[in-house]
Design a protein around this ligand. Structure first.
Ligand SMILES: [Fe+2]
Ligand SMILES: [Fe+2]
Length: 289
């Protein structure tokens, strides 16, 4: 980990550029277990994806509510980039989720149920949390997104195991989450800079996301009868939580957020994002919002 200055308002290490990709997802309809042919890994990622369209709209609104506090033109540009990128993620993941819903009998009902719960949770947050708490939650959840994105950036072997029909979606999303990983955090520091409030929102955000993704991943696995296949289950869980697992690899970075002097760019993974960007298909539209 390369340590940068302790400045909480470090300028983004990477330009934040929204790209409209219009992924075709060709052949995805035939690839039910698209991640390493593994039901556990696949359903975990599918369930995360269900939260993205509405979750990312929530993030955008939380940031937009305070953008007038920022005078610096570069940071205004970064905020525009963040909003544009999250809007594109919502669109592409909506298309992905629709295809997941068609992957098996009964998947559509499960996707719908997960979507409804996501929408209810977010509606509750919008109703009961102040604009500052919503921004703190956004900064915390963006950290979780950024550390999962970092796993994708670092683990070419894992990315290789994704079906080529959807691999560019996850790589593109991981790159853009990395590009804008400090935007909500920096804005929160401008608006409130409250250590305990920031941690509380982070811990609540982590707890909700963990409970949600565990519950719905299990529902999908049960639907597929995987709960009666202990070996398949154990293998999948090992890939998630075992040595160098998708989740276990992100855990040390999760703890970084608890440090009082934390800033997302203290972990400078910009070179990894640069390297992977070259592997992406050309965007349909590429412009700063
Ligand atoms: Fe995103
Ligand atoms: Fe994001």
């Amino acid at each position: 980990m390369k340590l940068l200055s302790r400045s909480r308002r470090a300028v983004a290490r990477l330009p934040i550029r929204p790209r409209r990709m219009n992924f075709a997802f060709q052949g995805f309809e035939n690839s039910r277990y698209w991640f390493d042919n593994d039901p556990v890994l696949t359903h975990f990622m599918n369930v995360l994806s269900v939260t993205f369209p509405d979750g990312e709209r929530f993030f955008v609104d939380a940031v937009r509510a305070f953008r007038d506090r920022v005078d610096d033109p570069q940071r205004q540009k970064d905020i525009s980039g963040f909003i544009g990128q999250e809007a594109m993620h919502s669109l592409e993941h909506k298309a992905f989720n629709d295809l997941v819903a068609g992957h098996g009998d009964g998947y559509d009902a499960l996707v719908d149920e997960a979507l409804t719960v996501t929408q209810r949770l977010l509606a509750g947050a919008r109703k009961h949390l102040s604009a500052e708490r919503q921004l703190a939650a956004t900064a915390g959840l963006e950290h979780i997104t950024a550390i999962l994105a970092d796993v994708i950036l670092r683990r070419a072997d894992m990315v290789e195991k994704m079906d080529p029909a959807v691999r560019p979606l996850w790589v593109w999303h991981a790159i853009e989450e990395t590009e804008h990983k400090a935007v909500a955090f920096d804005l929160y520091q401008d608006v409130e800079n409250g250590y305990w409030k920031r941690q509380r929102a982070f811990l609540y955000g982590t707890a909700y996301l963990t409970a949600f993704s565990t519950y719905f991943t299990w529902q999908f696995l049960k639907h597929d009868g995987v709960h009666r296949q202990p070996l398949v289950l154990a293998k999948g869980l090992w890939k998630m939580f075992g040595y160098k697992g998708v989740v276990s690899q992100a855990i040390p970075s999760w703890f970084q957020y608890l440090r009082p002097g934390f800033h997302p760019w203290q972990d400078d993974n910009s070179e990894l994002a640069d390297a992977l960007r070259a592997t992406l298909p050309e965007p349909a539209v590429s412009a700063v919002a």
